[in-house]
Ligand binder design. Structure first.
Ligand SMILES: Cc1ncc(C[n+]2csc(CCOP(=O)(O)OP(=O)(O)O)c2C)c(N)n1
Length: 515
């Protein structure tokens, strides 16, 4: 057994049985091992951003890591933006990055680069494999690291000679250490604040917003405690019957207004709510000046334990009252499509237990308003602000949950970063419906330009922010990759197209033409 085979067997023994891949020469022994060792589902992505974004979507829905296979420094850095998004989500990923043979690295060959330096950019754990531990131990450690602290990015750099040299016996990854619990001092301060009569809020994220976490959150919210969710979260259980946990608004002014008057913010697994960007003359933090910020439990810690403990300490009943019913969305009147009626139509038609992947950018402002009372679903969003996340995320989510319909809202600008994900969806016959919000612009950036004080953009600025001349033909772009597609510009057209897409399995794309 060579090192590559030992590595694959170790991944399988550690319950990592999907590999999103874009290989090259340095990974050929690994590729060959995939043939010799049955059990690994290999999914080819035609750009590394697809590979890493799919691994992110997979981890969010499967609750365990997939592996990726990436080609040296350039392959890893091509996949960096979605690794960054995944890291912000605390998704669990094991990257295997090929590297030159150890005795070849001394030469200035074309693909030689600083792979550990690149790995450090978006990994919580990384190691050059084969140096002392044996590749099986390295791989097992990588899996344990990826599963630690509620999800991390682990990158194992695999020198080619390590892959072709004899490998040791495969091992199974050790269980990750238990999640860190809230310290008693933090708990005491939180209880004291909540009992003090000061205006307090609890900011939650992570597992608190998933199906198993919401009842714990409901105990607190049901007792009148103001509970809010971070602006971006890994996965949120939403829709009919589920507690609505309002999110900190995206826009600075809205966020500041929303948090105005707050005296204590208690963080449960979340970071303090900073503005997305620093703008001239605007605050950097959304909380009011003087607001006390307390950490009940750190990011990556045991949020569910902390919240349940807090509810117990406050003497709250074990079961919350039933969640107040949100209004069920209805189909809007027929007419020309716009961003809001797309969201309303889709909310009204969302299939039960769909997975909703959201990279709608400026078009999705009303999404939550309409989907609060939609059919129960899981909501996945871009978490690190690096666009190009939606189509790959939908791809990976569908690999993790083949029996659930995946619906992906995708901006036309963001979609172009990683549109090759459609080819993977076609090849793997994934049940994903993509709705392209075709407004032919980087609409959000047009607003951002105003936000930094430019009211009269010139010709150059216009040309940097619109997507015309030529217009993107998403139906052709999809069909050219094996995904059937249709363009619509009315509510009735969208409803018809989506009904058709739901009546069948497999990928489908709807270009929703909006102003
Ligand atoms: C990797 C990366 N590059 C560039 C940006 C800057 N950026 C933010 S939004 C955006 C355009 C998004 O356009 P689209 O998806 O069409 O959504 P719209 O703004 O039209 O709603 C760009 C280029 C980014 N966030 N991430």
């Amino acid at each position: 057994m060579n090192g590559a085979e030992s590595l694959v067997r170790t991944l399988l023994a550690s319950n990592v049985d999907v590999c999103f891949a874009n290989p090259g020469t340095s990974e050929m022994h690994f590729v060959a091992a995939l043939d010799r060792v049955p059990g690994m589902r290999c999914v080819l992505g035609l750009f590394e951003g697809v590979v890493t974004g799919a691994a992110d979507g997979y981890a969010r829905m499967a609750g365990r890591p997939a592996s990726t296979l990436l080609h040296l420094g350039p392959g890893l850095t091509n996949g960096m933006a979605n690794l960054h998004n995944a890291r912000k989500a605390r998704s669990s990923i094991v990257n295997i990055v090929g590297e030159h043979a150890s005795d070849h690295l001394q030469y200035e060959s074309p693909l030689r680069s600083d792979v550990p330096g690149a790995a450090a950019l978006a990994s919580d754990w990384w190691r050059v494999g084969g140096a002392g531990h044996g590749i099986a131990r390295d791989a097992a450690d990588a899996v344990t690291a990826a599963r630690s602290q509620d999800g991390q990015i682990a990158t194992l750099i695999l020198p080619a000679d390590t892959a072709w040299s004899p490998g040791g016996e495969p091992v199974a990854a050790a269980e990750p250490p238990a999640l860190a619990r809230a310290p008693a001092e933090g708990m005491r301060r939180a209880v004291e604040a909540l009992r003090s009569g000061r205006r307090c809020a609890l900011l939650v994220t992570g597992l608190a917003l998933e199906e198993a976490g919401l009842p714990v959150v409901a105990r607190l919210a049901g007792a009148g405690i103001r509970v809010m969710a971070s602006q971006s979260n890994r996965r949120v259980a939403r829709g009919r019957g589920r507690l609505v946990v309002p999110r900190v608004p995206f826009a600075v002014d809205q966020g500041v207004a929303w948090l105005a008057g707050l005296e204590v913010l208690i963080l449960a697994g979340s970071h303090p709510p900073a503005a997305f960007f620093g703008y001239p003359g605007k605050p950097r933090m959304l909380t009011p000046a003087g607001c006390e910020i307390q950490a009940l439990v750190e990011p990556g810690g045991d949020v569910l334990h902390a919240l349940a403990w807090l509810a117990d300490e406050l003497g709250l009943p074990g079961m919350a009252r039933p969640v107040p019913a949100a209004e069920a969305p209805t189909l809007p009147a027929d007419g020309r499509l716009d961003a809001d009626n797309v969201m309303q139509t889709m909310a009204a038609m969302l299939p039960e237990h769909a997975i909703l992947c959201d990279e709608s950018v400026s078009s999705g402002r009303s999404l939550f308003r309409f989907t609060d009372g939609a059919a129960p679903h899981d909501y996945l969003q871009i978490t690190g602000g690096a666009i190009g996340s939606g189509l790959p995320m939908a791809t990976g989510a569908s690999v993790a949950c083949p029996d659930r319909k995946v619906v992906c809202f995708e901006g036309d600008g963001s979609g172009m970063y990683t549109l090759q994900a459609l080819w993977t969806q076609a090849r793997e016959r994934l049940d994903v419906v993509t709705i392209i919000l075709a407004n032919r612009s980087y609409r959000i950036l047009q607003g951002e330009l105003k936000g930094v004080g430019i009211d009269q953009p010139g010709e150059q600025a216009h040309r940097m922010l619109d997507l015309v001349g030529p217009e993107l033909d998403w139906v052709a772009l999809a069909r050219g990759q094996g995904v059937d597609a249709v363009a619509v510009d009315t509510v009735a057209g969208l409803a018809d197209a989506f009904r058709g897409a739901c009546a069948r399995r497999g990928p489908f794309l709807i270009e929703a033409r909006i102003p």
